[in-house]
Design a protein around this ligand. Structure first.
Ligand code: SF4
Length: 200
């Protein structure tokens, strides 16, 4: 195959991660934050290069729906991109029959929520605290610690509890919708336990 057959498979596996080149789309509000999900470092995410789910090597901002990995801009009836003329750079480079151009930019010049959230905003410090207290590095460390199952469970439970409680605080304080929660915090950490521990 040497051309796009518009099967929609690429766009169903996940929307693109955003790069500096895409900042303009955000500034022009062509990509509202309601369609952006933060992927924190270490969070398991589908890699378009390896074709499998693996921990993110750095923080990313991905185009995604709140309830599915399928890109929210994919028209699922026609399999067409609803923002084709303004699609992000990864989409312009992605060819399912030749991933060379896409591979060249993966993990290069990515943007993240920190390019959008102002350091003097009220939520900034809460997010920084959340990053320190609820990191995927700590989850990974626990998964490889060799501790007893109850000790690992207790450590994981503590992190998951903090993750949920900091989110709840921010949701109440700032009236965050689910979409905004996913932009500011990424997906709740309990959703990634299956990858690290083989259970949900
Ligand atoms: S923005 Fe368009 S091309 Fe890119 S993943 Fe979404 S539907 Fe596909």
């Amino acid at each position: 195959m040497t051309s796009c057959k518009q099967c929609g498979t690429c766009c169903q596996k996940g929307g693109p991660a955003l790069h500096l080149e895409d900042l303009d789309l955000l500034q022009k509000k062509l990509l509202p934050i309601s369609c952006l999900v933060t992927i924190r470092k270490g969070e398991p995410v589908f890699s378009p290069i390896s074709g499998v789910v693996e921990p993110a090597k750095q923080e990313l901002l991905k185009v995604s729906a709140s309830n599915s990995w399928t890109c929210p801009f994919l028209n699922q009836t026609s399999n067409q991109c609803e923002i084709y003329k303004n699609r992000p750079v990864e989409c312009r480079l992605l060819k399912c029959w030749d991933s060379a151009k896409l591979e060249n930019i993966i993990y290069k010049d990515n943007i993240s929520r920190w390019d959008i959230i102002k350091p003097d905003s009220e939520i900034f410090n809460i997010l920084k605290q959340h990053g320190i207290k609820c990191s995927f590095a700590d989850i990974e460390q626990l998964s490889k610690s060799g501790k007893s199952a109850p000790d690992i469970q207790a450590g994981v439970d503590e992190i998951i509890k903090k993750d949920l409680s900091i989110r709840e605080q921010a949701i109440n304080q700032f009236g965050l919708s689910l979409e905004k929660e996913l932009f500011y915090f990424g997906r709740p950490m309990f959703k990634s336990l299956d990858y690290y521990f083989g259970k949900g």
